[in-house]
Design a protein around this ligand. Structure first.
Ligand code: BJW
Ligand code: ZN
Length: 288
């Protein structure tokens, strides 16, 4: 059966669901001016993903890779959460969620590394300081592909991770975001001028998950997906595993799936609900 686009019916489902997970991708941050990876204007069309965003590419030329991530950090620093982030953040707040979906749990599992969902959660939580959002009911957010602002030591005997929003992250990278935009990266920034571990001085790398690497918090995610009775899929092409498999897993366990995406995406014909359009509009209707 084709997926339904009946928003009232979806809101009824939301009201009666017990354990809700949302799986988000780059489309969630598109309205904040963060480019997506695939499709028109996608970063993987413009840049060579293999040389910039893989462990092998980083090893072969950390100068190129760091310029790409410096550019991404600068873009994310300048961006602001949009209405789609805010709709999910508000739903994460127990006091608001109880009105829409009494007694339910909710976790946002995002593939995004831009930190915008965390910033949105912090902003919304600050608006409701006293509202019974106790420690064990904290906003639930899992950044499974890591964070652009985590800087991670490459030395096997150190592995120190530091949260760092410095702009530029090192002097030598300052201004190279313009080279990235013009597609003229400098392959020769000396290793000693790239970000280094503050503990042991070794070369540091961006704290993100590249192909072939284990995503973060997989054990927690597996437990959440196993018990979920509703999976909300937002702004992802659903081509990258394991995230791409969560919706089907929820459905196989008898749960429902609702997809919010600009265009058709992988597997969306199997969904119970499909809302095509910008998620910064459709999520507000669904969760507002
Ligand atoms: C809008 C919108 C608007 C636009 N509103 N919508 C099983 C089968 C086959 C392969 C594998 C498998 N399991 C694992 C693999 C290998 C691999 C994989 O999936 N390969 C596939 C390509 C086939 N996966 C991995 O390697 C993962 N690791 C792993 O599984 O490890 C297992 C392990 C276990 C134990 C030990 C060791 C290993 C890791 C994947 C890492 C992905 N990394 C990246 C880069 C992160 C750093 C960085 O940002 O640079 O993550 S790749 C890139 O893709 C990024 C994203 O998070 C990810 C997903 O992209 P996303 O978010 O879906 O973006 P787009 O652009 O594809 O889609 C955007 C969508 O939004 C579009 O549909 C638009 O229409 C829509 N949109 N505007 C709503 N306004
Ligand atoms: Zn170190």
């Amino acid at each position: 059966m084709a997926p339904s686009n009946n928003m009232d019916a979806f809101r009824e489902l939301l009201a009666s669901s017990r354990h809700i997970v949302a799986v988000a991708g780059a489309g969630l941050s598109a309205a904040s001016g963060i480019p997506t990876f695939r499709g028109a204007g996608g970063m993987w069309r413009k840049y060579n993903a293999i040389s910039l965003a893989t462990p092998e590419g980083f090893k072969a030329n950390p100068s190129l890779s760091w310029q790409f991530y410096h550019y991404r950090r600068e873009t994310a620093l300048r961006a602001q959460p949009n209405n789609a982030h805010r709709a999910l953040s508000a739903f994460s707040l127990p006091t608001i969620r109880q009105q829409i979906s009494p007694g339910s749990t909710f976790t946002l599992i995002t593939q995004n590394v831009d930190g915008l969902s965390q910033r949105s959660n912090d902003q919304i939580a600050a608006m409701f300081p006293e509202e019974g959002n106790t420690a064990d009911e904290k906003l639930q957010l899992i950044e499974m592909h890591g964070k652009l602002f985590d800087v991670s030591c490459t030395a096997k005997d150190c592995r120190h991770v530091e949260y760092n929003t410095k702009s530029p992250i090192t002097e030598a990278l300052g201004g190279t975001e313009l080279l990235v935009e013009h597609g003229t990266l400098d392959p020769d920034i000396p290793l000693e001028d790239l970000p280094r571990c503050s503990k042991c001085g070794s070369l540091a790398r961006p704290g993100v998950v590249w192909f072939g690497e284990r995503p973060f918090h997989l054990d927690d995610i597996d437990k959440l997906v196993e018990k979920a009775d509703l999976c909300v899929v937002v702004g992802t092409s659903s081509t990258v595993y394991p995230a791409a498999g969560y919706a089907m897993e929820v459905q196989e366990n008898g749960g429902k799936v609702a997809v919010f995406n600009l265009d058709r995406s992988e597997g969306d014909e199997e969904a119970d609900y499909l809302f095509l359009g910008p998620c910064e509009e459709t999520l507000v209707q669904a969760f507002g």
